[in-house]
Design a protein. Sequence first.
Length: 248
Amino acid sequence: MVCALKPALAPRLKEDEQHPGWGKLLTITLSALLPTMSLILVVLGTILMGIATPTEAAACGALGSVLLALGYRNLTLSILWNAAVRTLNITAMILLIVLGGNMFAGVFFASGGMATVQSLLLDTGLSPWLILGAILLIAFLAGFVLDMISVVLIVIPVAMPVIGLLGFDEIWFCVAFLIVMQTSYLTPPLAPSIFYLRAITPPEVTLKHMYKGVMPFIFLQLVVLALILVFPGLALWLPDAISGPSWK
């Protein structure tokens, strides 16, 4: 689709140039795709199949990246050292954000904020769907300024009892909640994910480029959220397809 919109990204071969055969094209495609697809399978596949936790899958992905670099003969001590330093910088930045979010969550709980928000939501007299929308909106706005762990610690304990009283499925709500959080992390002007990415991108890639680049993904996230809200069964389709209906 991208090449259809911008044909210059994939120009046609000139008529006097020799077209490679299907065998060569297939070889080039597989040699480019198989290593990348294997790395994706190691990370996401092990999580979906229940073999590894996300942290363990991340470690497997890091090891897979090192092995791929070694296979491509691009692994040097300089590259390994730079990767380790940049990983340390990014980890320290994220943990500092998590620390601030956890401190805020602790003060919120200690001051009785959770009970207050619950009573406000239930006493509004709004319909269940409007209350659900208000909870998701609060989570969306909180994702602008807090890390995901802090938002979960604040919103989920408040929302889950309310969601149960309103008659919604808790697992379905959690899936919708995570989609909202992902969208919040991509949405300008704050967009925490963009600032995480900014720490590892080259200087010529500006925030303006990133803001423009995330717009299609935000649209897709909103489409997925709408589908989950309209067709709740979609939220549990993939776990049921992988592990069977008894996974719960």
